[in-house]
Design a protein around this ligand. Structure first.
Ligand SMILES: *Cc1c(COP(=O)(O)O)cnc(C)c1O
Length: 436
């Protein structure tokens, strides 16, 4: 059975199938079509489960999904229909969520350093919640959007952080907070709250509790200056890969108790967060085609340093696989945050010999390496590998370098999960000729 969302087809499955089964299914289709095109499987049901788990575990914290993490329309639409709000960092993202029917009140323009024309656009559209972290930005806001509801993004003042720290680029230093807030007061601007970002993919719950405590102080400073402080924004950074469910629960527990200590329930206080990775990381799986392969005995590998592996020994063979997606496509995080990717094989023979292997993207650049070293059974050119946990900062950061193409996207969902969100009639897919 099929449904449709934002012009994309969603295949509905009555039973849950393993990711490997679904990848196999696509590989069989590709074989029949004699296609080598890489593909991306998106389980919209996983996003639905993630959202619902968030509202269960963090009942006081309203999620504003960070659009930059994955801006595919069906993803945005499902989240919007679940009731999520959105963190947008530019005009393009604001436009995209408004176009699917999200009201301006459900958007925060979470970019402390805004392009003036985009700020004007936000003003015209009535997107008035926005972050800032410096005095210059206040002068800009005063000129372009003086009635904006401003949220002060602070720099985290603790040793606990996520993997990708943003504090070198954004965030008001604790020592600058009084001056910045006083300037806002002098300009008669409307500061309503505080935000932070602990850094992406944060596994240390102490980062959140320390930042929440720090936010309390800034709240009090703001209130002391006469601002009506009503919004706490605890940012993003929550992990979302397949194996991080328990970790997320621990973080949620710490966040809840920290909120109860420093921001006990009171009317008029709104607590929000900007999860990106959490919502989408595990929902996507990418299948890549092996377009070439080299068997080498002298591959210098930076990871060999100190391991005693001797690449000059001609009896040590290593297999280099070249596939049709890479760091200039869906795997940019390998370069930007040194993320490790795990290549999975579809071969199920437990006794197959394993070979030291590396996986490379299709571009001519030598940094275009997806997996430096792993053990895999032998594969032929034309066979496929796949990568789970490919939903966050993958499709949204694709480049066109060296003719890099985007993967074919395939959406699916389990029927009962889908029907819990959509009545069967409203999203029935009526075939390709139906234009409604
Ligand atoms: C990127 C970003 C997010 C999302 O971060 P995740 O680590 O994906 O949760 C949230 N808020 C801001 C301001 C960001 O820049």
């Amino acid at each position: 059975m099929q449904a449709s969302i934002e012009g994309e087809i969603v295949t509905l499955h009555t039973h849950s199938s393993s990711t490997a089964d679904l990848v196999n299914e696509q590989v069989n289709i590709a074989r029949k079509e004699e296609s080598e095109k890489h593909f991306c499987l998106c389980n919209l049901g996983d996003i639905i489960h993630k959202y619902q788990r968030w509202t269960t575990l963090l009942p006081r914290v309203k999620p504003f999904y960070a659009v930059k993490c994955n801006e595919e329309l069906p993803v945005l639409k499902v989240l919007a229909d679940l009731g999520a709000s959105f963190d947008c960092a530019c005009k393009h993202e604001i436009e995209k969520v408004l176009n699917i029917g999200v009201t301006p009140a459900r958007v925060i323009y979470a970019q402390p350093c805004k392009q003036p024309s985009m700020l004007k656009f936000a003003e015209q559209k009535g997107v008035d919640k926005m972050t800032f972290d410096n005095v210059e930005e206040l002068y800009k806001v005063k000129k372009i959007f003086p009635t904006a509801r401003l949220v002060l993004r602070i720099m985290i003042d603790s040793e606990y952080k996520g993997n990708q720290d943003f504090s070198s680029k954004y965030g008001c230093h604790p020592l600058d907070v009084p001056t910045v807030l006083e300037t806002a007061k002098e300009l008669n601007l409307n500061v309503v709250g505080v935000s932070f970002h602990v850094g992406s993919n944060c596994y240390d719950s102490r980062a959140f509790s320390a930042a929440i405590q720090q936010s309390r102080q800034v709240f009090d400073t703001g209130a002391g200056l006469g601002f009506n402080m009503t919004l706490l924004d605890i940012g993003g950074g929550f992990p979302g890969q397949l194996d991080t469910g328990t970790k997320f629960q621990q973080i949620a527990d710490v966040v809840n108790s920290s909120l109860d200590t420093h921001f006990p329930c009171n009317e008029g206080l709104e607590i929000i967060a900007e999860p990106g990775r959490y919502m989408v990381a595990s929902a996507f799986t990418i299948g890549v085609n092996i377009i070439a392969k080299r068997i080498v005995s002298h591959r210098p590998n930076k990871q060999d340093k100190g391991t005693g592996i001797n690449r000059n020994d001609p009896t040590v063979k290593s297999i280099m696989y070249y596939v049709n997606d890479g760091v200039y496509g869906s795997f940019l995080s390998k370069l930007s945050v040194d993320r490790k990717y795990e290549a999975k094989s579809l071969k199920t023979d437990q006794d197959a010999a394993l070979y030291e292997s590396s996986v490379w993207g299709p571009s001519c650049d030598s940094v275009d390496c997806i997996v430096d070293s792993t053990l895999l059974p032998a594969h032929d050119v034309g066979e496929w590998l796949y990568f789970p946990d490919m939903g966050a900062y993958t499709l949204s950061s694709h480049t066109k370098f060296n003719g890099m193409e985007e993967p074919k996207l395939i959406y699916y969902c389990q029927t009962d999960t889908w029907n819990r969100l959509y009545s069967e009639k409203s999203y029935q897919y009526n075939g390709p000729n139906n234009t409604t």
